[in-house]
Design a protein around this ligand. Structure first.
Ligand SMILES: NC(=O)c1ccc[n+]([C@@H]2O[C@H](COP(=O)([O-])OP(=O)(O)OC[C@H]3O[C@@H](n4cnc5c(N)ncnc54)[C@H](O)[C@@H]3O)[C@@H](O)[C@H]2O)c1
Length: 334
């Protein structure tokens, strides 16, 4: 930790892996706003430098282009940090189904490299996991101690859930055997500006189709529901958990428990974009081949998050969609 000569306050040195991505870039901005020094490590596979446009010239911001699989780079950057947010991963159903092997290597080997170095240097790490680990559970709301019910190994999408679950096991293992301090967060669907449509995320995909006045393609009958949290809320929860000693060694859900049916989501996007598109129902198996299974509902139980941080989501889904539309509309006009 350094001292800011102007204010005499301690400056926390933060490393964000995957910081050029959707959530990571918002996290970088929030940390800088609060006076931290931020280094981003990103290989720009799905992340983009334009996500960091607002922070690139900042005196307390540093960018390293490289991979979490590169142990030498990770060793150096972790050694120079006080706190590590590990967000780098292969993300998005489309990407995961197309490249299951690379997904597993990045999400398991890469995480092992990060955790190993955090343990060695005695650095606390925030681990980004996912609600996907709950798999096919049919519970009304998912709590952290629930059973995980994954599908068969022949169905590619489960590689992502399984890899992320293994990441959590790795964190517990490092904690037990090497004294690693960590908090693992299971993000539920996070939405907002900078999320891109290319990797299969439903909200930017709908917005992008609507802005082009193309049919908005809903998988199945659209009665399946999801819960969406605004990325600004997700970032607030992330930082509260990472800085809370009581959350150490815990797995915590981060999401907004208000569900919306996917057909209703499509109609919302049409209304908020003012698009003349129509809704078209499609069979996801035709889009993803056989490597696809959809869950009916996925609602977070956020009692643990509330107990640890007092936080609950503040932004509405309409707000998140409107914020995402503004950025995607700007991109479309360039
Ligand atoms: N967005 C969501 O709804 C959601 C939901 C659940 C979990 N998560 C988790 O949150 C984290 C961030 O997700 P996101 O939505 O911002 O995705 P994203 O794809 O925008 O960000 C991931 C970042 O990691 C980088 N990356 C990938 N492989 C890398 C490697 N080998 N080395 C260095 N950088 C690498 C990418 O370039 C990208 O910038 C991920 O761990 C993801 O699994 C996100």
């Amino acid at each position: 930790m350094g001292v800011d000569p102007a204010s005499n306050h301690f400056i926390m040195r933060i490393l964000i892996t995957g910081g050029a991505g959707f959530i990571g870039s918002h996290l970088a901005e929030a940390c800088l706003r609060d006076g931290d020094e931020v280094t981003v490590l990103d290989d720009l596979s799905t992340g983009r430098m334009e996500n960091l446009a607002a922070v690139r010239g900042h005196a307390r911001f540093h960018f390293a282009q490289g991979s979490i699989l590169d142990a030498t780079v990770v060793e150096r950057l972790v050694g120079g940090a006080d706190l590590v947010y590990h967000l780098a991963a292969a993300v998005g159903v489309r990407l995961v189904v197309r490249t299951p092997l690379q997904t597993i290597i990045t999400n398991v080997e890469g995480t092992q490299v990060v955790l190993e170095n955090c343990a060695q240097h005695g650095r606390k790490v925030f681990l980004a996991s996912t609600s996907e680990v709950y798999g096919k559970s049919r519970k009304a709301a998912f709590a952290e101690s629930d059973e995980l019910i994954l599908g068969p190994t022949s169905v590619g999408r489960w590689a992502y859930a399984c890899a992320k679950a293994l990441d959590e096991f790795l964190a517990f293992g490092h904690a037990k055997e090497r004294g690693l301090r960590f908090v693992a967060v299971r993000y539920f669907n996070t939405v907002g500006p900078r999320q891109v449509p290319e990797h299969g995320m439903v909200v930017p995909r709908f917005i992008s189709q609507a802005l082009k006045n193309e049919p908005v393609t809903v998988f199945g009958d659209g009665t399946q529901s999801r819960c969406f949290i605004h990325v600004h809320d997700a970032v607030t929860a992330t930082r509260l958990l990472a800085n809370n000693p009581d959350a150490e060694g815990e797995v915590v859900n981060v999401g907004d428990p208000r569900p919306v049916a996917i057909l209703e989501l499509a109609r919302k996007v049409l209304r908020l974009t003012g698009s003349s598109s129509v809704v078209q129902h499609v069979d996801p198996k035709r889009v993803y081949d056989t490597d696809f299974e959809d869950m009916e509902n996925r609602v977070p139980d956020i009692a643990k998050l509330k107990r640890l941080t007092g936080f609950s989501p503040e932004h509405s889904l309409d707000q998140a969609i409107q914020d995402a539309i503004a950025v995607l509309r700007e991109g479309a006009s360039r």
